[in-house]
Design a protein around this ligand. Sequence first.
Ligand code: ADP
Length: 478
Amino acid sequence: MGEEGIGIFPAEDALEMVLMFDGTGRILYANAAACDKLGYVREESAGARMEDVLPGAFQPSGSGAGAESWPNGGTRHLVMYRKNLTCFPVEAKIVPSPGNPGCYLCLADDVLEKEHLAREIGQVREEARQAAKVKSEFVANVTHELRTPVNGILGNVRELLGQVEDERTVQALQLIERCCGDMNKIINNILDFSKLEAGKFVLESRRFHFRNMLDYVKAQHISKITEKGLDFFMTVSPQVPEYVVGDELRVVQVLNNLLSNALKFTAVGRIDVQVLLTARVEDKVELFFIVSDTGIGIGEEDRDKLFQSFSQVDASISRKYGGTGLGLNICKQLVELMGGDIEVESKKGRGSNFSFSIWVEDDGGEAGGRKSPDDIAAVFKGMAHAGEREETETVRIYGSPENREALKRNLSKLILCVEMGNWEKAEMFMETVRQLTEGAPSDVKRAALKLKMAIQKGDYEKVSAEYERLNQCSLAPG
Ligand code: ADP
C-alpha cells in the first residue's frame, strides 16, 4: 500500500483505519492503523485492492459507481480481511475523498477492539468512581472524627475561662479558643467540600427573616472591621422581601466567606455589601449580592484559578494570610446549587468585587417599597459616612423631579471626573448615584452597578458605555 501523489495525509495518526482508493478499487493509501491491523508494511502497495480487503463493500466499475451507492455517511457492519486471509468484523463507511476527485475514503473501526475499549473505559470509570467514593467517605469520616476532640478542647477551655482570673492564663486560653475555632472552620470546609464533591450535599429550605440574617452576618465581622479601622456599609434594596424561604445557613456561609476574605485582604478603605432584587418569576426571586473591598485586589492572570479547589493566588499569600483555598470553590458550588452563579471583578492594588446571585422563595412581608425605614436609614448612614450633604426626603424617592435633578447633576460630575482622570472623585459621585438609584427598577440598578464596577476597574471605555446606558435608562422621561 502506498501514498502515490497523495502527500501528507491528516488521517495518518487516526485511531480508526483509513484507506483511500480510486474508482477501480486500487488502494492508494492506508494510514498507520490500517497497515498495522491488516498486516501490510507501508511499501506493499502493489496488489492491495479494496475487494480483497473489504469484499462486498465496493464493486470496481472503473468509475467508482459502487462507492457512490453507499448511503451518504452511513455505517455498515462488514468483515475485513488481513493480508494473511484471517478476518475480523468492522464498522465501515465509504465517502468521497475530499479534494481528490474520483477517489474514495474507507473509514473502518475494529468492532471487537472497540467493544473491548468501551469495556475497559467503563471499568476504569467505575474504578475511579469507587476510588473517589472511598476518598470522600474517608475524608468525611476523618473530619467528623477530628471535630469531636476539637470540640472537647473548646468546651473545656470555655469552662476554664470562666474560672481563671490570671491575665496571662486568660490570654493563653483565649488563644487556644481562637485556634480551636479556626480548626473547626477548616474541618467544616473540608467536610462541605467532600460532601459537595461526592454529590451528597442537600440544601435545606426554611423560612427566615432576611435582614436579621444580614445583621447576624454583620455581627460576626464588626469587631474585626472596627479593629482594622475600615468603613463598612451594608445596603439592602427595599424590594428585597422581609421573609424568604431558602437555606439560610448556606447563604450565611457564602457571605461569611466573602466578607472574611474582604477583611483579610483589605488594610485600608472600605467594605461594602449590597443586596438587590434582580428578577422575579411567580413567587421565586433572584437576589443579587455584591461584596466589594478596597484591598490588595487580584491580577487578571489569577482570576480564573480563584474558584478552583485548593487554589490560592500564590504561595506567599497562604504563608502571609493563611487559608486552605477551598472557600471560594465551596461558595461557587453552593451558589450554583441555589440556582445562581458567582463572579469576580478586580484590579490588583485597587480592590475586588465579588458578586453572586441566588434564587429563593418570596415569603411575603415586602419591606415597604421605597420608604422602608431600615433601608433609608442604611442608605443615609452610608451617605453620612461619605460626608455627603443631607438630602431631603423627595430626593430619595427615585423618579421624583428632585431625584432626577440630583441624578443628572451627579452623573455629569461623575463623567467630568472620569474625563479628567480623577477616579477617586468619580467613585465618590458614583456612591451618590448608587444611593439615588436605590429604589429604581432593576435595570437601572444593574446599569448603576456595572458603571460602578467599570469605575473601580478604571476602564475608561467601559465607563463611557455604562454611563450612556445608565443615563438613558435612568433619565428617560416617565
Ligand atoms: P482561602 O481560605 O485560602 O482564603 P478562598 O478560596 O476563600 O481560600 O480564596 C482563595 C484565594 O483567593 C485567596 O487565598 C486569595 O489569594 C484570593 N482572594 C479571595 N478573596 C480575595 C479578596 N477579597 N481580595 C484579594 N484576594 C482574594
